[in-house]
Design a protein around this ligand. Structure first.
Ligand code: PLP
Length: 385
């Protein structure tokens, strides 16, 4: 085996395209220069297209969690009632953050492997008109479940509450019509479907949300959205911008826009479909049902003969392939295969071919080629459709 040949198939950080790496290797320019302002103006325009919004999209130097904290710090006042809709690890994170900022959190746990039940949300909001913020996750990375954000947006728009969506792992993989679907705040991160290294968070903010932000009293400094808004008016950020990441961001956005947003979503859908078909072809169980299966990451229950982490160790040791494990209550019980960002058909084929060989090594009887064949069938069908 070639030691340096690796296949990173985790849901972030994801592989970075050569075009993005090349852009990032340009000489640094001053972040307060006219040249940088021109770059930021261009990049912000492209970012808005990918966010499908006319609102401000602000760029922060932080990981995705910094973006989530920014949303909470700017929208939640101590004592506010908020509704946190959770389907796994990242839904829980929003609730934890809201509690830290003093919110009275109504935490609704739909369970790991399930999506948000919109009827519950409808009832909760109708019963309590004082709810100020609704937090939800577009793509729950910990379970491979995606939520109906369009449906959620329709419900929340009828109330005074603002809808805040964690799209850290879903934006640019799964459709999210920010304005049309009434999503007030969308948070995303660089290292997932946006095909960049870790280090940037993005946050779009609607007028309805700005009204709340302008009155917010929670303590904050670096993550102050009013400062960020003031700076973006001058095509800048409040503090030193990660300049190289912005170069890379423009290249990544160009790739997405050249492919076309609809085509990007269709590619992710096809890869998810092929992955799921392959897993079933191997006789393994998927965690998420078809109706709410993520287009960006597939969670698979570990076969009875072995725990998921042992299988993952064999995959890395013998084939250089990295899948993600389960988090928290799912540790050892599932493994997760990402198909997001700079991913195409042969990433799925590689993942499944390696999985078949590793399964044999841990004593699970899977016919070699049984999964690969299912994936190929989806691709052939897809191409000829
Ligand atoms: N939200 C979701 C849905 C995620 O998948 C992640 C990361 O995996 C995060 C939030 C947190 O992002 P970060 O690890 O960049 O802070």
């Amino acid at each position: 085996m070639m030691k340096d040949k690796k296949y990173l198939l985790i849901p972030g950080p994801t592989p970075v395209p050569p075009r993005v790496i090349e852009a990032m290797s340009r000489p640094i320019i001053g972040h307060r220069s006219a040249e940088f302002q021109t770059l930021m103006e261009r990049v912000t325009g492209k970012l808005k297209k990918v966010f499908q919004t006319e609102n401000h999209v602000l760029i922060m130097g932080s990981s995705g969690t910094g973006g989530l904290e920014t949303a909470v710090a700017n929208l939640v006042n101590a004592g506010d009632k908020v509704l946190a809709l959770s389907c796994g690890k990242f839904g829980e994170r929003f609730a934890e953050l809201a509690r830290i900022y003093g919110a009275e959190v109504d935490f609704v746990d739909f369970g790991w492997g399930y999506d948000i039940d919109l009827r519950v949300v409808e009832k909760k909001l109708a019963a309590d008109p004082n709810i100020k913020v609704v937090f939800a996750t577009q793509n729950e990375t910990s379970t491979g479940v995606q939520n109906d954000i369009e449906g959620l947006g329709k419900i929340v728009a009828q109330h005074q509450a603002v809808l805040v969506v964690d799209a850290v792992s879903g934006l640019a993989a799964i459709d999210l019509k920010t304005d049309e679907w009434h999503v007030d705040v969308v948070v995303s991160g660089s290292q997932k479907a946006l095909m960049l290294p870790p280090g940037l968070a993005f946050i779009s903010v609607s007028d309805k949300a700005w009204e709340k932000i302008e009155k917010n009293t929670s303590p904050k400094y670096y993550f102050d959205l009013l400062k960020a808004r003031k700076s973006i008016a001058k095509w800048n950020t409040a503090y030193t911008t990660p300049v190289s990441m912005v170069y890379g961001l423009e290249a990544a956005l160009d790739m997405i826009l050249e492919e076309g947003l609809e085509n990007v979503f269709a590619r992710h859908k096809l890869l998810a479909k092929a992955t799921r078909a392959a897993i079933q072809g191997l006789g393994l169980e998927l965690l998420a049902p078809d109706e709410c299966a993520s287009m960006a990451v597939t969670a698979v229950q570990s076969p009875m003969v072995v725990d998921a982490d042992t299988l993952r160790k064999v995959l890395l040791r013998d084939y250089g392939v990295t899948f993600a494990g389960g988090q928290d209550i799912m540790k050892g019980k599932i493994f997760r295969i990402a198909h997001m960002g700079y991913a195409d058909k042969f990433d799925v084929i590689t993942a499944i071919a390696a999985l078949e060989m590793a399964l044999g090594k841990v004593g699970y009887k899977a016919e070699l080629g049984a999964g690969v064949r299912e994936a190929q069938m989806v691709f052939v069908g897809g191409e000829h459709a």
